[in-house]
Design a protein. Structure first.
Length: 219
């Protein structure tokens, strides 16, 4: 596990595309067509997030040394989170890019923002949101390297950081991803249910809203 920086943004975007390509609501949230510069725009959104909060925004990556030895970018897993040591600001209303379904995006991601701020907006905490650009707070692993512990290593680092600062941690997860987060002490405190039937999708699409209490220093 190593810190990631601006030079790693393009590789993160490349992993994200293949890692989230099979989402059951992907075709509803982003029906397309994608802009020709969609990857560059997504990379720039990530960089804006990092530059806007350089002290709070944390980027980390798992690196495969064999890839490095072959002259490839070594990143196989990437995570981004925010360490809010003071009260966070409410996120501004989002502007959805080309190829998106703005109504569906606002219904889903806007509700995520509301739920997060309602629960955590008045106190310091560690925040990792499973979301999508332009609000990139995420964890994703190259499918070729999944189930090898890369994502778990990054989650452990974030858990250790939260414990060091004595902060609660908050994130959002699909039901499929929930068991992984439970291994690191997260508990489901609410469920966001979104109705995508208007666009031919599921009527009760669920996302778990999860909270982790910091461990005492002695544990």
């Amino acid at each position: 596990m190593t810190p990631a920086g601006e030079k790693d943004a393009a590789r993160s975007v490349a992993i994200e595309k293949v890692a989230y390509g099979k989402s059951p609501i992907g075709h509803i949230i982003y029906p397309g067509p994608a802009a020709s510069d969609a990857d560059a725009a997504r990379e720039e959104a990530m960089l804006r997030s990092l530059r806007a909060n350089p002290e709070s925004c944390l980027w980390i990556q798992a690196v495969d040394e064999d890839r490095v030895a072959q002259g490839e970018h070594g990143m196989v897993s990437f995570a981004m989170g925010y360490l809010w040591e003071s009260t966070p600001q409410r996120p501004p209303k989002r502007v959805w890019g080309a190829g998106s379904n703005p109504e569906a995006c606002e219904l889903f991601f806007g509700s995520m923002d509301d739920k997060w701020f309602e629960r955590m907006g008045n106190k310091p905490h560690f925040f990792k949101l499973i979301s999508a650009p332009p609000d990139l707070k995420l964890l994703h692993t190259d499918p070729a390297y999944q189930r090898r512990g890369a994502g778990s290593m990054l989650l452990q680092h974030f858990a250790d950081e939260a414990d060091k600062h004595g902060l609660e941690s908050y994130l959002e997860s699909s039901d499929e991803g929930r068991p992984l987060y439970e291994k690191f002490g997260y508990e489901t405190v609410d469920v966001l249910v979104t109705d995508f039937s208007k666009w031919g999708g599921p009527a009760n699409f669920e996302n778990c809203l999860m909270l982790r209490k910091p461990k005492p220093a002695s544990q």
